[in-house]
Write a protein that binds this ligand. Structure first.
Ligand SMILES: NC(=O)c1ccc[n+]([C@@H]2O[C@H](COP(=O)([O-])OP(=O)(O)OC[C@H]3O[C@@H](n4cnc5c(N)ncnc54)[C@H](O)[C@@H]3O)[C@@H](O)[C@H]2O)c1
Length: 261
């Protein structure tokens, strides 16, 4: 039965694989048998991904990729297919968040967030959809912010709405060739992205603020827990594997019950 969760010899490309959810997904997919190519703009993060893999006896290939460059995304997907003759799984985990109240957002900030979060996801789906000739699974990262607006995150919220919508359209258009396209909407998970709530620009961590934030997030869950990157990665594994065969066009909410749609 558990074989349904294996992705043995599947070729998996992950964006944002140098930290947080993308890094953990690289580890989990590799542990489940996939040949993983983790990409990011964060070179030290990619080294950490490789090292974490090696510590567990896993080989994870790493490549530099800036998802805000559609041509670079297409070239990298073509390289992967040239090297491995196939692409089976794409996880779009690269993302950024700019904290700014709506009245203060600049055109440049809005453009930047949309270019990475929406454009990066869109053009990676497009490039992968063109080469997944034997079917495949695409997993995009949206957010629990879909179900609950949050002050200071308007550009991020807009972008994650866009990711949910593009996921549904790709699922419709790619379904006939056997490609499933889903999004995961995680609740709060501690990563480099969320650390900015309690980390100053000089890197100083406000431990009291961090503890208060985690306590607040814990209280929001009827299970009184906060999630981990592994919780999200395991959901990605389900969507990537045979266990997800009947799932497409969905936004899968992984949030400990903090938000119920
Ligand atoms: N952590 C959470 O609570 C949470 C909740 C909901 C959704 N998400 C989403 O999950 C995804 C992963 O976030 P995370 O929390 O692991 O954040 P993270 O900051 O730890 O990791 C994001 C990674 O994306 C990379 N990245 C940023 N811009 C890039 C670009 N232009 N090209 C390539 N890589 C780029 C970063 O270098 C980083 O390694 C994001 O899409 C995020 O919006 C996170």
């Amino acid at each position: 039965m558990t074989d349904a969760f294996l992705v043995t010899d599947k070729v998996a490309l992950i964006t944002g694989g140098g930290n947080g959810i993308g890094q953990e997904t690289a580890i989990v997919l590799a542990a489940a048998g996939a040949r993983v190519i983790a990409t990011d703009v964060n070179e030290p993060g990619l080294l950490e991904t490789r090292t974490r893999g090696e510590e567990q006896g896993l080989t994870i290939e790493t490549r530099h990729l800036d998802v805000s460059d559609p041509a670079a995304v297409a070239d990298l997907v073509d390289d992967v297919v040239a090297q491995y003759s196939r692409l089976d799984i794409l996880v779009n985990a690269a993302g950024i968040m700019i904290m700014r109240k709506a009245l203060e957002v600049t055109p440049e900030e809005l453009e930047k967030v949309l270019r990475v979060n929406v454009g990066g996801t869109f053009f990676a789906c497009q490039a992968a959809g063109r080469v997944m000739s034997s079917g495949g699974s695409i997993i995009n990262l949206t957010s629990a912010i879909l179900d609950r607006a949050s002050p200071g995150r308007v550009t991020y919220a807009i972008s994650k709405g866009g990711v949910a919508q593009l996921t549904r359209t790709f699922a419709l258009e790619l379904g006939p060739v056997g490609i499933r396209v889903n999004a995961i909407a995680p609740g709060w998970v501690e990563t480099g992205m969320t650390n900015q709530h309690w980390t100053d620009s000089d890197g100083t961590v406000d431990h009291t603020k961090r503890a208060e934030y985690i306590a607040m997030m814990t209280t929001a869950s009827p299970l009184s827990i906060v999630g981990t990157t592994r919780d999200v990665a395991l959901s990605a594994l389900q969507l990537a594997s045979e266990a997800g065969s009947f799932i497409t066009g969905q936004v899968v909410r992984i949030n400990g019950g903090s938000y119920m749609a």
